[in-house]
Design a binder for this molecule. Sequence first.
Ligand code: SF4
Length: 432
Amino acid sequence: MNAIIPINQIVEAGCATQPILKERGQREVFCGLTGIIWMHRKIQDAFFLVVGSRTCAHLIQSAAGVMIFAEPRFATAIIDDRDLAGLADANAELDKVVQQLLDRRPDIKLLFLVGSCPSEVIKLDLHRAAGRLDKQYGPNVRILNYSGSGIETTFTQGEDACLAAMVPELPGVSPDTQKSLMVVGCLPDIVEDQFKRIFQELGLDQVQFFPPRNSKSLPKVGPNTKYVLAQPFLGDTARALEARGATYLPALFPFGIEGTTDWLWSAAQEFGITKEHFDRVTLPKRERAKHALEKHQAVLRDKNIFFFPDSQLEIPLARFLHEECGMQLTEIGTPYLHKNHLAKELTRLPHEVLISEGQDVEKQLDRVKATNPNLIVCGLGLANPLEAQGMTTKWAIELVFSPIHGYDQAADLAELFARPLRRKQKLQFNVE
Ligand code: SF4
């Protein structure tokens, strides 16, 4: 049974002053399998084998619909009725599927066995299976596992679980090696290249990105690794990196001009870059981004926005929309709140905004009706019913599929929120 925590049990956030409403009720969030959609594009010699049901296969195939004409780097090994009834040896079946896959696809160098709700229900030990298969196919093909099950994970937690599973594989470095920077979190290649160029202009050459584009170029980690997070949902990955000696550099997340500047400055400072040089490199980029942002500010300014919990990007995005686009924040829902990583973000939010962690969807829908926001950010399942009631929505999933980090994407990020408001204006104009 779900424990529902009443609204009067609002608790204070660690280092921020905003109240946090904790809710544990019915939730409307994708499971962690969804992360495969962006991760399979990033690590180009990896393959994601979901050990799941036809439902799991439909989820990733429809979410990644555009990829069906290409040779995909994901698939589902279907657990069927015989497996569920215990009539088949699921491990032997899995070994067979893996062998067929690796025979047919010699380009695969890293295979993830991805757990799902059905594999958990039949208690298939994928960690043990991955270890057994890794011995058989390694070192040519490495085999790892993580869970994307809806029982254990939501949406972006799939990426966290995947990266955390890779951390033990990262090569180590001795304590006397030169200090280096690691950027942690999946970024589209175009954004990664932009950041690489900025770090180079700043004079930072020792920069590694995790995950890498190729499984054979894993970044090194050790006591002299300093890391910044590109995504706010990587709590387990961060813990695993710290267990290997790496140190977190606290910063805002690189969304919008302010977030990107703070994030870059946190790394630059650590590596002894002067403020003058930092400003010389970043000021023209900040000015350009400011100019590009202007056309969207007119649409967004003073509009109210309500975030349902979905991608865990909600808090940094709300900070960007409030500070740089002039939006008013009604409620910011997030599935989980990593207080350490979001500490700086929380101090930048207006005190009166309601932050909710977890979800009780019915209660949240009541709050939407009561506040009647101009724009609602939510999952696909909620968007259509809310639109049918005359509300304007933005699909949260678009925010993880689109390049939104960094200076060059600040205006594109604002546009993602301005577009539904412009469409609404046009529809109203046509009706009138
Ligand atoms: Fe559904 Fe669970 Fe499969 Fe996700 S892992 S698609 S929640 S059955």
